[in-house]
Design a protein around this ligand. Structure first.
Ligand code: ADP
Length: 623
């Protein structure tokens, strides 16, 4: 299976490979745009960072040239021209001091200025990514391609922007040094400039090397996400129980091993080619031109006597430097293109247009929510989950949605909250809900879902589900009392400040399933808004406790529209109207009495459930 697991993973990755190779061919315009995009990010964090970094690069490269290459030539020539010792010495001291001060200033710039800005730039890109992830529709989270792009984008967040700046200042450094060195060698004999050009034949080889490395990195990043899944599962406390009670750890560790093996194979596959390309570059770009220059310079000096030893020395030193700077500038230009490839994945992620769009109409002061002939199908589903649904949620009324598991009740709630958009009309106060600003529209609901999660922050913030502000405390305490969880929080002495979970605090509170549901319900008490949605937040409660919870909640929310979902019908009797969903359609609708009188699916379910409760109650009594 090891072999098969790895091969299967490789096949899946190969499918996207052609597409990715296509994506690697970025047009020049996009290459420039991508780099400018990243520089724009840096500029928005600190407008001085780019000019200072480039200025520093220019200053250091000029002083470096003066202090090393030019000083050498000056000293040699000065000796040849018979200049005095002190004249040469003072000049040399001047150049060295200049180079040293440039180094000192450059160091201070890095330590006192640049390093601090580095984090701010990384943070800015991370924020942009997470803000965008928050805007995209829920369906994206069911799409592996989205996750791949998300992971790749995050991979670029911390370092890529500064890589671009590093690259641009590298280009500047190379061009300045190149210009100065070319001038120096040309003044001795231009033929040596030709030798310095030989390493340029390695440019296509280097380009191939970079393309191969990029393709390998992208393939590996995709597998990293797969490798990351077991990491995440082992790390998150929600899975800790299942891992201990089942054989999942063995399976997941093997899954991780397969992913590592795939990475190893990819490295091995590319390893030979990359090494060969690297060797070709070293020979053609370094060994061969240096040998040629040395032979010719020594020949001209020793055999032909056409060059002095000083010139010979300068030529040998500077010609290879020209080659180096030439190759470096070519490499920097290739890095410019290469950076653009990586930035492309980030921009693809950020440029994805969320399908759930914002409108700009103001919300009416109040109104009913109406659904007319609404049909909805999940992207991955073969058939619609909800079909031809028409219903009304009146302001201030209590509406129960009931039905068997999988009937489509939660899906309906997701449509109401615009987590998905459906076919058909959903209006609020007679206006299509897509006309309103998404945040404003969603904000008129206080909702608790069946698969809610507590956050590893304070109890108070788990109630507000936002940053706690001054003056909130009394409202939060009342909400926790109404939900019946305040005493539990006070037991530990932490009260509102109790930290939920032990992820960050060893004294953090661990709640049972039912207690956690009460925390979630406290949010609804605290937020109470035009509409309250309760999507079975009571599965851990027994039917009587559930009934009590709904009764108290409905009393407290008498001025809100309440939409509550349950597959237990004992609580539905509290509703002004009940919709029974069956197979994705509204099968029955009316008050409890009307539906019982109808003697249809609802009445049948109600009687069966009532019978079960009676039997279990009898069993408890007789026991
Ligand atoms: P209920 O709340 O009535 O138990 P749901 O609305 O959660 O039912 O689910 C209705 C159907 O839609 C189920 O068959 C479920 O498998 C399917 N479903 C739910 N979520 C998704 C999803 N994200 N993608 C595809 N199918 C889904």
């Amino acid at each position: 299976m090891d072999e098969r697991g790895v091969i299967h993973m490789e096949k899946r990755l190969k499918k996207d490979k052609d597409k990715k190779q296509e994506q690697q061919k970025l047009p020049l315009r996009r290459v420039i745009q991508n780099n400018l995009f990243m520089l724009g990010m840096i500029h928005s964090v600190d407008p001085w960072l780019i000019p200072l970094r480039l200025g520093m690069s220019l200053f250091v490269s000029v002083t470096y040239f003066l202090g090393s290459t030019y000083l050498l030539q000056y000293v040699m020539n000065a000796i040849g021209e018979g200049k005095g010792f002190f004249e040469i010495l003072w000049m040399a001291v001047l150049f060295v001091v200049l180079e040293l001060s440039a180094d000192l200033i450059n160091n201070a710039f890095w330590q006192l200025y640049y390093e601090k800005r580095r984090y701010a730039v990384g943070q800015k890109v991370n924020l942009k990514i997470f803000e965008h992830a928050d805007r995209v529709e829920l369906a994206c989270y069911e799409n592996p391609e989205f996750f791949d792009k998300f992971v790749k984008a995050l991979g670029e967040a911390d370092g890529r922007a500064l890589n671009v700046l590093y690259n641009v200042s590298g280009i500047l450094w190379c061009l300045v040094n190149l210009g100065l060195c070319v001038g120096l060698v040309a003044s001795v004999h231009p033929i040596f400039l030709l030798f310095a050009l030989i390493p340029l034949v390695t440019v296509p080889i280097r380009s191939k090397y970079q393309k191969q490395t990029h393709a390998r990195d992208m393939e590996i990043r995709q597998i990293d996400r797969r490798k990351g899944y077991p990491h995440r599962v082992f790390f998150v406390s929600e899975y800790a129980k299942e891992l201990r009670l089942t054989k999942m750890p063995t399976y997941l560790l093997k899954y991780m091993k397969d992913a590592s093996e795939t990475c190893r194979r990819i490295h091995a596959q590319k390893g030979g080619l990359l090494t060969a390309l690297e060797c070709a570059c070293i020979f053609l770009g370094n060994v061969f031109p240096v040998a040629l220059t040395t032979i010719y310079a020594v020949y001209r000096t020793v055999v032909q006597g056409l060059m002095g030893f000083g010139d010979c020395f300068v030529v040998l030193n500077t010609t290879s430097r020209i080659s180096g700077e030439l190759l470096d500038s070519v490499e920097e230009f290739m890095n410019f293109r290469n950076n653009a490839r990586y930035i492309e994945t980030l921009r693809e992620f950020l440029e994805y247009q969320p399908r759930i769009t914002d409108g700009d109409q103001p919300l009416p002061g109040s109104g009913d929510i109406e659904l007319r002939h609404v049909t909805f199908q999940y992207e991955s589903a073969a058939a619609p989950t909800l079909q031809d649904i028409s219903m009304t949620f009146e302001a201030g009324k209590r509406i129960a949605i009931v039905g068997a598991n999988g009937a489509g009740k939660s899906t309906l709630v997701k449509l109401l909250l615009r987590l998905y958009d459906a076919q058909g009309d959903i209006t609020y106060g007679g206006v299509p809900i897509c006309s309103f600003a998404l945040r404003d529209y969603r904000d008129m609901f206080a909702a608790v879902m069946q698969d809610f999660h507590l956050f590893a922050v304070s109890a108070a913030e788990n109630v507000t589900l936002a940053r706690r502000t001054e003056g909130d405390d009394q409202r939060i305490i009342e909400a926790l009392k109404s939900a019946g969880i305040w005493d539990k929080l006070c037991e530990g002495g932490g009260g509102l400040d109790s930290c939920m979970t032990r992820e960050f605090d060893p004294a953090g509170i661990m709640l049972s399933g039912g207690e956690a549901q009460k925390m979630a319900i406290a949010h609804v008490y605290a937020k109470k808004n035009r509409f309250v949605i309760l999507d079975e937040p009571s599965s851990a409660l027994d039917p009587i406790a559930e009934y009590e919870m709904y009764r108290t909640m409905l009393d407290a929310c008498s001025d809100c529209g309440v939409i509550f979902i349950s597959h237990r019908l004992s609580s539905a009797v509290l509703a002004d109207k009940i919709y029974l969903i069956d197979g994705g359609r509204v099968a029955e609708c009316g008050t409890h009495e009307q539906l019982m009188a109808k003697d249809g699916i609802y009445a049948d379910m109600f009687c069966k459930q009532a019978e079960n409760y009676r039997e279990s109650a009898c069993e408890e009594v007789s026991a």
